[in-house]
Design a protein around this ligand. Structure first.
Ligand code: AHR
Length: 497
């Protein structure tokens, strides 16, 4: 089976915003406590952060990390997490039914993000709180000095403002599970008023309006249309969230779920542009896909956990090889919308539905999904190109006309590099890729990385890394055409320079 692709350096979708390789740390499970922070760990630094975990995060080159939630934020009092640690209160955390010790809060997280060369994307609580605490938090974080909240930050040991640029106006406010769930109308009104005063405190910030929690929400896409009627002029982005799973063990359908993600993005763009037209606005709204991943392996185990413990092992999906293939296709889908998707966060980063796992007191290791994320983050910077693709297709239970080849290309002009990212969805046969790279004269294949495994359910553990990439791919460039055999069920990164 052959698939053809044409890539031209003049056929551009747009500049890739580095923030599409963002991630997410929520006060949930062992993401913070036992994940990024474990003061008694042998690798902890003087601030209590695990340096072994920091090294893995740095490898991924994560430009932005959303914080502190998630569902958590809708019940969070940010004041509980600042000031002297010994005075911080233990709270019932109602979203995930745990005890929150507040030993890590805003300032510590800002320190951690800085140490891993990342920036913070901060969410405010529009569930139990609202306009007042939102504007106070912006003042605490970003105002230089000479006001109650900025001076309190200084008293807490942070002379310089944190200068947090990107702020989420609540989290999944369309979801009945959310603390303080609202209708689109209610949310739109609250969000625009919060946005207004947050920008009065700091006009340089950018704001994200809550979109739907997933594409199957009964209120999608009316939620976007109604809430944006209120927030459109006051915000810069609208959020999208989506998780997939292979609950029915139907891999052909599972691997095609990135098509649903693509349709979701298209619908949100259309809805933003509908509101733009209605408002006769000149402003274009951008998308923040600030939660995306596979999430389903841990659902049953989570039902068995007793409530009200500190940092229980929640949402600890152990990812297998086929999950890495879908994650690869989701990354390709984000790249194909680089003109409108400016922020995206793999949810999450450590232990909780995460590429990085840890043992309390012990080792840290890479899950299968670490690798496509790593490759895209390292080599997917520059201009997203618009490929022309002709691929054989298949039908499955959930989709028709699914291309076996999911692929795209990124041109890094500064480094003079072209990278083709490609997933072969065929479970039995290799796909022979012929990729015409017409005007990339004098380029050579520098590397063809492949993630493949004969067991779709293979997983990595602290003891054994069964799923990891190799560089023995077959890609060759002759007369302007890259020829590569993409193994059955594989993720491929073909780098040319
Ligand atoms: O990432 C896990 C949870 O998924 C988040 O807290 C919530 O926003 C979403 O439903």
């Amino acid at each position: 089976t052959t698939a053809k692709m044409v890539v031209d350096k003049d056929h551009r979708i747009g500049e890739i915003d580095r923030r599409i390789y963002g991630s997410f740390i929520e006060h949930l499970g062992r993401a913070v406590y036992g994940g990024i922070y474990e003061p008694n760990h042998p690798h902890a630094n003087e601030s209590g952060f695990r340096t072994d975990v920091m090294e893995l995060v740095k490898q991924l080159n994560v430009p932005i990390v959303r914080y502190p939630g998630g569902n958590f934020v809708s019940g969070y009092n940010w004041e509980d997490g600042v000031g002297p640690r010994e005075q911080r209160s233990r709270r019932l955390e109602l979203a995930w039914r745990t005890i929150e010790t507040n030993q890590v809060g805003t300032n510590e997280f800002v320190d951690w993000a800085r140490a891993v060369n990342s920036e913070v994307m901060m969410a405010v609580n529009l569930g139990t709180r609202g306009i007042d605490d939102a504007r106070n938090l912006v003042e605490y974080c970003n105002h230089p000095q000479g006001s109650y909240w900025s001076d309190l930050r200084i008293a807490h040991g942070y002379q310089q403002p944190h200068r947090i640029k990107t702020w989420c106006l609540g989290n999944e406010m369309d979801g009945p599970w959310q603390i303080g769930h609202q209708t689109a109308e209610e949310y739109g009104r609250l969000a625009v008023e919060a946005a207004k005063v947050m920008k009065w405190v700091d006009p340089t910030i950018e704001l994200v309006s809550c979109g739907s929690s997933n594409s199957s929400m009964p209120t999608f896409p009316q939620w976007e249309a109604t809430s944006l009627e209120h927030t459109y002029d006051a915000v810069d982005y609208i959020s999208l969230h989506q998780y997939y799973g292979n609950r029915s063990d139907d891999t052909p359908s599972y691997l095609a779920k990135s098509l649903d993600m693509d349709q979701f993005i298209r619908t949100v763009i259309a809805t933003c542009d509908f509101v733009k037209a209605k408002k006769r606005s000149k402003k274009t709204l951008y998308l923040s896909f600030d939660e995306w991943n596979v999430w389903y392996h841990s659902n049953e185990a989570d039902q068995q956990l007793e409530p009200w413990s500190v940092a229980p092992p929640q949402l600890e999906d152990v990812y297998n090889f086929e999950d890495a293939l879908l994650v690869g296709s989701m990354l390709i889908t984000l790249l194909k919308h680089a003109d409108r998707v400016k922020i995206a966060c793999m949810a999450q980063l450590v232990n909780v539905i995460a590429p990085i796992m840890t043992e309390n007191g012990g080792r840290a290791w890479k899950q299968t999904i670490f690798y496509p994320y790593l490759h895209a983050s390292l080599y997917g910077r520059g201009v997203s190109l618009q490929p022309i693709i002709a691929s054989p297709k298949y039908d499955c239970a959930e989709f028709t006309d699914v291309p076996y080849l999911e692929a795209t290309a990124v041109y890094n002009e500064a480094q003079e590099e072209l990278t083709v990212f490609a997933v072969n969805r065929h479970l039995e046969e290799p796909l022979l890729l012929e990729c015409d790279v017409r005007n990339f004269e004098n380029y050579r294949v520098v590397e063809h990385l492949v993630l493949e495994h004969d067991d779709l359910k293979a997983v990595n553990t602290a003891d054994e890394e069964r799923v990891k990439p190799h560089a023995d791919g077959t890609a060759e460039l002759t007369e302007g055409i890259v020829h590569a055999s993409l193994p059955q069920a594989s993720w491929n990164v073909i780098r040319l320079r």
